[in-house]
Design a protein around this ligand. Structure first.
Ligand SMILES: [Zn+2]
Length: 246
C-alpha cells in the first residue's frame, strides 16, 4: 500500500504510473553495481523515484579525482567508502527507501550473494570483465540487465532481457583493453539517466524497453541514435539458452 506521505512525495509520477505502478517501484529490489560516475546518477534517480530497495556494490574509497563526475561524493567524503557515502546521501534524499551497502570487489565467488534476490541488475561499472559477470548472472537468473558505459563525451546503453534479446556478450564479444579513459561528468548524467529510465520502465512495464537496441550517445556531435543488435547463436554466455529456446 502507498502511504499518504508517499502519495504526496511521488504525486507527479503517480500521475503517470498510477498507485499500482508506484507500488511496483516500492516493492522492487535493484542491484546497482558501482557507486562511481554512473552509479551516483542512477542511484539518485531510483531513490528519488521510490525504488524500495537499492543495493549498491562498490569496492573503492572516495578520491579527489572522482569529483568531476561522481556527484554524490563530496569533499568531506574523501577517504570514505563510496558505498557509505552514497548510502548517507540517498537516505537524506529519501528516508522511505532501504539502501543496502555491499563493500567489496564483485567476482565469481560472491556475485550470487551480491545479486541476492534482486529483480534487476544495473551496470554502473568501468570495466568489461565485471560487466560480463553481471550479464551472465542476469542470464542465469532470468532477470533484466541494464548496461551502460561512457567514455569522454560519448556513451552507450542497452537492456538485456534474457531469452528475448541479445546479451552483452552477443553485442560485445571481447573486452576492450583496460585504460584510464577520459570522461566528462555530464556524459555520466546522460547515460546514467537512460539506465535509470530503463530500470523504472522494467519495474513498472511502462513504454518500450531498450531491448535489442544499442543506444549511442555522441556528445561531441550532440546526436543520439539507437542501432538494432542481434543475438549470436554461438554466444558463449547466452548461446545454449538460445538453442534451447528454439
Ligand atoms: Zn549472448
Amino acid at each position: 500500500m502507498i502511504s499518504d506521505e508517499e502519495r504526496k512525495r511521488y504525486h507527479r509520477q503517480i500521475l503517470m504510473l498510477g498507485e499500482a505502478g508506484q507500488e511496483k517501484l516500492k516493492t522492487a529490489r535493484v542491484l546497482i553495481a558501482g557507486a562511481g560516475g554512473l552509479g551516483t546518477v542512477i542511484s539518485t534517480y531510483l531513490a528519488a523515484a521510490g525504488v524500495g530497495t537499492l543495493r549498491i556494490a562498490d569496492c573503492d574509497v572516495v578520491e579527489a579525482t572522482n569529483f568531476n563526475r561522481q556527484i554524490l561524493h563530496w569533499i568531506g567524503d574523501l577517504g570514505r567508502r563510496k558505498t557509505a557515502s552514497v548510502a548517507e546521501k540517498l537516505a537524506a534524499l529519501n528516508p522511505l527507501i532501504l539502501v543496502e551497502e555491499i563493500t567489496g570487489k564483485i567476482d565469481e565467488t560472491n556475485i550470487d550473494s551480491i545479486a541476492g534476490t534482486c529483480d534487476i541488475i544495473v551496470d554502473a561499472m568501468d570495466n568489461f570483465p565485471t560487466r560480463y559477470l553481471l550479464n551472465r548472472t542476469a542470464l542465469k537468473r532470468g532477470i533484466p540487465f541494464i548496461h551502460g558505459a561512457v567514455r569522454g563525451l560519448c556513451g552507450q546503453a542497452t537492456t538485456v532481457l534474457p531469452g528475448k534479446t541479445p546479451c552483452l556478450r552477443c553485442i560485445f564479444p571481447g573486452a576492450p583493453p583496460p585504460e584510464l579513459f577520459p570522461i566528462i561528468g555530464a556524459t555520466c548524467g546522460v547515460i546514467g539517466s537512460v539506465e535509470a529510465t530503463e530500470a523504472i520502465k522494467a519495474i513498472t512495464g511502462l513504454g518500450e524497453p531498450l531491448a535489442g537496441r544499442l543506444f549511442i550517445w555522441d556528445g561531441l556531435a550532440l546526436c543520439a541514435d539507437s542501432l538494432a543488435v542481434e543475438r549470436n547463436p554461438s554466444c558463449p554466455d547466452c548461446g545454449i539458452r538460445s538453442k534451447s529456446d528454439q
